[in-house]
Design a protein around this ligand. Structure first.
Ligand SMILES: COc1cc(O)cc(C/C=C(\C)CC/C=C(\C)CC/C=C(\C)CC/C=C(\C)CC/C=C(\C)CC/C=C(\C)CC/C=C(\C)CC/C=C(\C)CC/C=C(\C)CCC=C(C)C)c1O
Ligand SMILES: C[S@@+](CC[C@H](N)C(=O)[O-])C[C@H]1O[C@@H](n2cnc3c(N)ncnc32)[C@H](O)[C@@H]1O
Length: 327
């Protein structure tokens, strides 16, 4: 399927929702009595292989997707205000730094996976627009004998103001996308933006489509992180860049203790008071603790085929930005 180009388009990735049925167990092996001790061992291995975590809880891989869906369905309307309250606005600085690292030029085709309410997409559009306007100003200065109508036309053409850039926001959750689309409408974003319902583990895009793939605070929620990374690699063009902003491991013992106190004593309370949802915010802090360290995640990215993988820890390692290239 070619990447859709219009704003407001909804594409449905049906394949993604059926992935739960694709167990990595042993098909047809049902009765340990038939197979004796070997069968019993294989069965228990099968069970273990399909178990994962949802925060600190052990759940089956089939269950996890549904539970994560419920969390974001429940928090969608309060998602943005909660982020500002929990982080005192610091999440905005982290997202700005992600864009600065990306440094997209006009014409960039970005896929923002787990893009939710559009924070990365809007920053991308602002950034490329500023880049493009800077470039246009330089060109205009060089062509000094243009009429004022020609100059005004150059500034008014909205499509042109992005220099052909596009951001595709892909998320598995309808409610998060709904909030994002409303935000886009309220803020007047139209050109260069599309919304697609889809699963990070089975992206509804052809191979070699995008210049940049971003995932911000999303990969921690995915059941099979390795599959999501392989999909990121598949849809990027050769030379394309993978960028991930995610919670990570705090490297200062004092900050780590304070952060733990803050996470477990304050965040669920805020979740309850502001969003009426303790459990989702308890899941948030637990899922942060289960996510691999900077180094371990770097190895996972390399295992998916990315090269020149690096990371930068921010705010003492509360979050990190990982970067890799498909070469
Ligand atoms: C369901 O899943 C999700 C839902 C979502 O809404 C979002 C996400 C994805 C997440 C984001 C997009 C970002 C969200 C941001 C965070 C989770 C917060 C990240 C945390 C920070 C930036 C601050 C880190 C805090 C520290 C390093 C420790 C400093 C803390 C203290 C001095 C307070 C220590 C706490 C206690 C002793 C417990 C008792 C205290 C009280 C009851 C008083 C309440 C205190 C406060 C409200 C203080 C708040 C202070 C800060 C935020 C400090 C910020 C300053 C710095 C980092 C320098 C998602 O997946
Ligand atoms: C914490 S939010 C991040 C939203 C946004 N990127 C931001 O930085 O504010 C996590 C998002 O991941 C999405 N998500 C979880 N599992 C997913 C999956 N398998 N595929 C695509 N999106 C997923 C959720 O629906 C949610 O919108």
């Amino acid at each position: 399927m070619a990447a859709p180009r219009t704003c407001g388009l909804w594409s449905y990735c049906g394949r993604g929702l059926s992935r739960a049925k694709r167990s990595c167990g042993l098909p047809g092996l049902r009765s340990s009595s038939l197979w004796g001790p070997l069968g019993a061992r294989l069965l228990s291995q099968e069970k273990r292989a399909t178990e994962t975590h949802f925060g600190f809880e052990t759940v089956s891989e089939e269950e996890k997707g549904g539970k994560v869906y419920q969390v974001f369905e429940s928090v969608a309307k309060k998602y943005d205000v909660m982020n500002d309250m929990m982080s005192l606005g610091i999440h905005r600085v982290w997202k700005d730094l992600l864009l600065r690292k990306m440094h997209p030029l006009p014409g960039t085709q970005l896929l923002d996976v787990a893009g939710g309410t559009g924070d990365i997409a809007f920053r991308f559009l602002n950034y490329v627009q500023a880049q493009h306007q800077g470039k246009q100003k330089k060109q205009l200065r060089a062509q000094q004998n243009l009429s004022w109508e020609e100059i005004a036309k150059k500034y008014q053409n909205e499509e042109d103001s992005l220099g052909g850039s596009l951001v595709m926001v892909c998320d598995i959750n309808r409610e998060m996308l709904k909030v994002g689309k409303q935000k886009a409408f309220d803020r007047g974003y139209k050109a260069g933006l599309a919304w697609v319902l889809g699963d990070a583990e089975e992206l509804p895009f052809d191979d070699d489509k995008f210049d940049v793939y971003t995932i911000a605070f999303g990969i921690r929620n995915v059941t099979h992180i390795d599959r999501a990374l392989q999909e990121a690699h598949r849809v990027l063009k050769p030379g394309g860049r993978f960028l991930c902003l995610e919670f990570s491991q705090v490297n200062n013992p004092l900050i780590s203790r304070l952060y733990d106190l803050y996470s477990f004593q304050v965040i669920p309370v805020l979740g309850e008071v502001v969003a009426g949802d303790w459990k989702s915010y308890q899941y948030l802090v637990e899922s942060i603790r289960k996510f691999p360290s900077q180094e371990a995640f770097k190895e996972m990215i390399e295992d998916a085929g990315f090269q020149k993988v690096t990371y930068e820890s921010l705010t003492s390692g509360i979050v990190a930005i990982h970067s890799g290239f498909k070469l």
